[in-house]
Write a protein that binds this ligand. Sequence first.
Ligand code: ZN
Length: 170
Amino acid sequence: MMTEQREKILIQLRRRVLVEAGHRCAIPTCREMSTVDIHHIVPWKEGKEHKYENLIALCPNCHRMADNEKIDRKSLRMYKNNLRFLYDKYTIFEIDVLFDLNKLPDDKAMQFPSYLILLIKRLIETGLIEWIQTPQGVTIGGMKANPDYIKITSKGQEYIKQINTEDVGY
Ligand SMILES: [Zn+2]
């Protein structure tokens, strides 16, 4: 009975940690999504317990770096806090868009269908990205055929830099 109960807690805990990270590696510059492990910030050997505060989702690569302390515990804790902050404010889709835009060379914009702008509304409202509307072109079935463009702003770049280096916390 005891083992059954413990198992159940683990599954729920695991899910909570994975959802917190959007089922991706929690290191913002990595965000690998194919395989994600659960890492103990304070190693299992020392703590001997599975506690939500101590668990973080990492890809095998970052997991290895954490085990070798190339990513230290304090950084891991910061990443975990920042995740919560990020996912409270924006959707996973918005975060994906923001990080993809950040990878583009300076001054490059990405095509974005104007009828999907609603999905990234908060990024635009908070000024992290800029919405560049193209003049009305051909309309097909009520939808504008020529796409608009989106681009990360300097505020957006600053925001990502902050996530990668500081504890934004609450
Ligand atoms: Zn990773």
